[in-house]
Design a protein around this ligand. Structure first.
Ligand SMILES: Cc1cc2nc3c(=O)[nH]c(=O)nc-3n(C[C@H](O)[C@H](O)[C@H](O)COP(=O)(O)OP(=O)(O)OC[C@H]3O[C@@H](n4cnc5c(N)ncnc54)[C@H](O)[C@@H]3O)c2cc1C
Length: 401
């Protein structure tokens, strides 16, 4: 295997495979290497549906080998270090690879240890998290078996992938309990590190109604930092009226908890990271997605410091921008294609009803369909549960959508 590639892609997830495939559609002669140690590829957006009991977890996992684009070289190793001044990187196999152009997209890191006890309790003691392939099915066990009591849903203080996922599952759970006729016995709490239910006011208005109808008690600006599964207690920091942080606790019968997230540690420690960001993401121009200091480096997906909402929907709009700009830079032109911060968050508000929130960097709605998407409806539910999973495996990863 050669140690030099015209284009090296770090991370063969949603962003990496879609970018490789679209590059090859533009120029089949490109010599592309994809570095990723994982044997499996996951369709993570369906994990919310798994947690709600309406999607088979097995259908969210496929063999990576079946999706690596033909005419690329898959290097099944993990990158440990970047040397952008030498156009090189090092992997866990102790090998050095060099490149003419680099695309960085290894996703986001789940910082489980920042919530003491969370990882240890996952899938047991009525503690679960849809961000984890193994425990998403347990979320459904908890929801289905709940007969009343206190249900706690947490959302961390950091940016995360799919900012809606911590509360999407809560709306579905509440709807399920309503349909079981037990909602009046359910004491539902949302412990959120955010200051609002959703960043775009048109969509927030819909969710505020859903919260009210479900009698959900919302706690904003709190920092959940410990879960004691054996004693069914969640601990969190909350500012009192004087602005002083106090440690509080809440007993639960079931708890769905989401960990804080940040750039993978090998990105944080690298010269590619944005030194000004506490989360260590790759520093890019938020419109061109070109690195601000290394002109032959691009980054997209969950690992960039572009201040968009981190979703697969955002990646669909980022990929053509990276492809156009990289091809331009390769022939000594400037990167002119622009990403406007588009992202989408499909939020189910009940079984069979979904609000498709679409927006950009300005946090204004950017609706695709000729309907008021802030009003949850059945068609968007079908889009999320049937159309998008099919599109992902059959079109998006192969660069056709
Ligand atoms: C519960 C949940 C619900 C979601 N819901 C939605 C939704 O409804 N809509 C939506 O659009 N998005 C949703 N998302 C977000 C979406 O899944 C992510 O934004 C998307 O997968 C990010 O793609 P990525 O390529 O940046 O990272 P990933 O797809 O996570 O891929 C990263 C890849 O990098 C590889 N990698 C990691 N470290 C290294 C290394 N050191 N060297 C080389 N390779 C490495 C990994 O093995 C992996 O293959 C959801 C996510 C979750 C968890």
């Amino acid at each position: 295997m050669t140690n030099h590639y015209q284009i090296l892609i770090v991370g063969g997830g949603n962003a990496g495979l879609a970018t490789a495939a679209q590059l090859l559609r533009k120029n089949s002669n490109l010599k592309i290497g994809i570095i990723d140690p994982a044997s499996k590829h996951y369709y993570q957006p369906a994990w919310t549906l798994v947690g709600a009991g309406i999607f088979d977890i097995a259908k969210t996992e496929r063999n990576q080998a079946d999706f690596i684009p033909k005419n690329t070289t898959w290097i099944k190793e993990a990158v440990t270090e970047f040397k952008p001044n030498e156009n090189a990187l090092i992997t866990n196999a102790g090998k050095q690879y060099s490149y003419d152009y680099l695309i960085v997209c290894p996703g986001i890191q789940l910082d489980w240890a920042k919530v003491k006890g969370l990882k240890e309790n996952l899938g047991t003691n009525n503690v679960s998290c849809n961000y984890d392939f193994k425990s998403a099915p347990y979320t459904w066990e908890m929801i289905k078996n709940f007969k009343g009591g206190t249900a706690v849903f947490t959302n961390p203080t950091t940016p995360i992938k799919c900012g809606g996922a911590p509360h999407k599952i809560m709306y579905l759970a509440v709807d399920y309990w309503r349909k079981q006729g037990i909602l009046d016995k359910c004491n539902v709490h949302y412990l959120s590190g955010a200051s609002v239910i959703f960043g775009v006011k048109e969509y927030a208005a819909t969710l505020t109604e859903v919260v009210k109808k479900g009698n959900i008690k919302v706690h904003f600006g709190v920092n959940v930092n410990e879960i004691d599964g054996a004693n069914k207690t969640v601990y969190y920091l909350e500012k009192n009226a004087e602005g002083v942080e106090e440690r509080k606790e809440m007993k639960f019968d079931i708890c769905h908890a989401v960990p804080p997230q940040s750039a993978p540690d090998f990105i944080k420690a690298s010269p590619l990271a944005d030194a000004a960001s506490p989360f260590g993401y790759v520093e890019v121009n938020k419109n061109t997605l070109q690195h601000t200091r290394f002109a032959n480096v691009f980054s997209l997906g969950d690992s960039t410091n572009a201040p968009c909402s981190k979703t697969g929907a955002a990646i669909r709009k980022q990929v053509p921008v990276v492809v156009a700009n990289l091809l331009a830079v390769m022939v000594s032109q400037t990167a002119t294609a622009q990403y406007d911060g588009y992202s989408a968050c499909p939020i189910p508000t009940a079984y069979g009803k979904l609000m498709l929130a679409e927006f950009d960097y300005t946090n204004t709605p950017k609706m695709t369909f000729p309907i008021n998407q802030a009003k949850p409806n059945w068609a968007m539910w079908l889009l999320k549960t049937k159309v998008l999973p099919w599109l992902y495996w059959n079109k998006i990863l192969s660069g056709k959508a």
